[in-house]
Write a protein that binds this ligand. Structure first.
Ligand code: PMP
Length: 282
């Protein structure tokens, strides 16, 4: 397997990162995960745009243009041929003697390599998952896709301890998102998800689902909901690049839709698959 390290294509095991890389010491970096289907990246342009937006929000410069990153990704997919996988791209602020102050005139460390497909995905998509309600202990800039993921790691662990596959997070009574996904409910035919503010990551899959809903005239609102509304919902699902549309059929000990994936959830799942099909296969 190969990787790009600062523009050079090398064997993955040969990649070395300095101990004073700020990504390593401070989590001072940003990243994207992009799905590959049929050997082609899905929504690549949106992901790279979000990468540049994240960079801007942390006063960081990416040492390559969008076009150069795209070319790198296509070269990597060409040497590491795979039907289905994920592209991981990370940009850290770079190497500098340890000090919190953002250093000037250093160049970021850029890595790109491929991640293996998720083994459980198809099963989870078909049967639905169990989720655990957990307090959102993260910071107040969840709109930045940063590699500082300790908060996300700790809430995911809480869910795992409860034999759940995802943590659904809340601040006071308001549900924000999942530890690595956006959360949606359906109540009386109305689709609802948290607005894209500083409390959630504005998911690329979230954006796809909103566009599909608009096009299909499925009524939706970008409005937060409470934990009680989550537990009383007709349907619950999560979205992410890796999980696509995955039904949530149990939240803590409460069964949603009698423990079965909901109708609108399945419809959106299919419509997203159709979109993937049209962009990556035809
Ligand atoms: N929220 C968080 C906290 C995430 O980590 C992710 C997945 N990266 C998402 C939402 C979903 O985003 P996307 O659809 O772009 O993968």
């Amino acid at each position: 397997a190969y990787m790009f390290l600062n523009g050079k294509l090398i064997e993955r095991t040969k990649g070395k990162i300095d101990v004073e890389d700020r990504g390593f010491q401070f989590g001072d970096g940003i990243y994207e995960v992009i799905a590959v289907y049929g050997g082609r990246p899905f929504a690549l342009s949106d992901h790279l745009d979000r990468l540049f937006e994240s960079a801007k929000k942390i006063y960081m410069e990416i040492p390559y243009s969008k076009k150069e990153l795209e070319d790198g990704i296509h070269r990597l997919l060409h040497v590491d041929k795979r039907e289905h996988c994920y592209i991981y791209i990370q940009v850290s602020r770079g190497i500098s003697p340890r000090n919190h102050i953002i250093p000037q005139r250093i160049s970021g460390t850029v890595i790109i390599y491929l991640l293996d497909p998720i083994r459980e995905k198809e099963n989870w998509k078909r049967r639905g998952i169990k989720a655990a309600i957990t307090e959102d202990i993260r910071w107040l800039r969840c709109d930045i896709k940063t590699t500082s993921l300790l908060g996300n790691v700790l809430v995911k662990q809480k869910a795992v301890e409860k034999q759940a596959s995802e943590a659904i997070l809340h601040r006071e009574q308001r549900v924000t998102e999942g530890s690595s996904s956006n959360v949606w409910i359906v109540k009386d035919g109305l689709l609802r998800t948290h607005p894209a503010d500083q409390f959630i990551l504005n998911g690329i899959t979230r954006k796809q689902i909103l566009a599909i809903s608009k096009q299909q005239r499925i009524p939706y609102v970008e409005q937060s909901f409470t934990v009680d509304e989550l537990l009383g919902a007709d349907e619950v699902f999560i979205t992410s690049t890796t999980m696509e549309v995955t039904p949530v059929v149990e939240v803590d000990e409460v069964k949603i839709n009698e423990g079965k994936p909901g109708l609108l959830t399945k419809k959106l799942q299919w419509l997203l698959e159709r979109e993937i099909q049209s962009q990556c296969f035809d």
